[in-house]
Design a protein around this ligand. Structure first.
Ligand code: HEC
Length: 125
């Protein structure tokens, strides 16, 4: 009986531990995008976000822009344009898909730590 009680307890607590994407987004990800991205991707509501990619809400980010596919595919950074564009922004700024674009002189590329945060955010279960 004790084992059963313990199992019940474990199941209940793991349900509580399930990731709250929205909460994690607000706490860890939105501040990064605020600095590096939303100036061109949705901050000014009177203008269309570049590439159709609105980075101001998690819902819009998941959906993605016009050409690069889903912004976030949960669990798969290789199918997440949000991640891929930032990764290129660090590893290969000359690439057309690198974000923020290289031609923008005051661009604030992500740091490796921020990129790692983005990765764990997308991969968290
Ligand atoms: C200086 C303006 C500017 C900034 C800052 C910027 N972008 Fe972009 N972004 C663009 C433009 C312009 C396009 C569309 C044309 C292109 O692909 O070059 C684009 C396209 C994209 C796309 C592809 C959308 C699609 O599906 O077609 C993604 C994803 C993206 N940006 C993510 C980001 C992220 C993440 C950041 C912050 C790290 C960022 N961008 C910062 C200008 C910007």
């Amino acid at each position: 009986m004790r084992t059963l009680a313990l199992l019940t307890l474990l199941t209940a607590s793991s349900a509580f531990a399930a990731v709250d994407h929205e909460k994690a987004f607000k706490a860890d990800i939105a501040p990064i995008l605020e600095k590096s991205c939303i100036g061109c991707h949705g901050k000014d509501k009177t203008k269309k976000p570049k590439g159709g990619f609105d980075a101001t809400s998690l819902e819009a980010i998941v959906k993605g822009g016009k050409e690069a596919g889903a912004g976030i595919t949960w669990g798969d950074i290789s199918k997440s344009s949000l991640y891929k564009s930032c990764e290129l922004g660090i590893s290969n700024p000359d690439d057309d898909a690198a974000m923020p674009p290289k031609k923008k002189k005051d661009r604030v590329a992500l740091t490796k730590e921020q990129l790692a945060k983005l990765k764990s955010f997308i991969e968290a279960k």
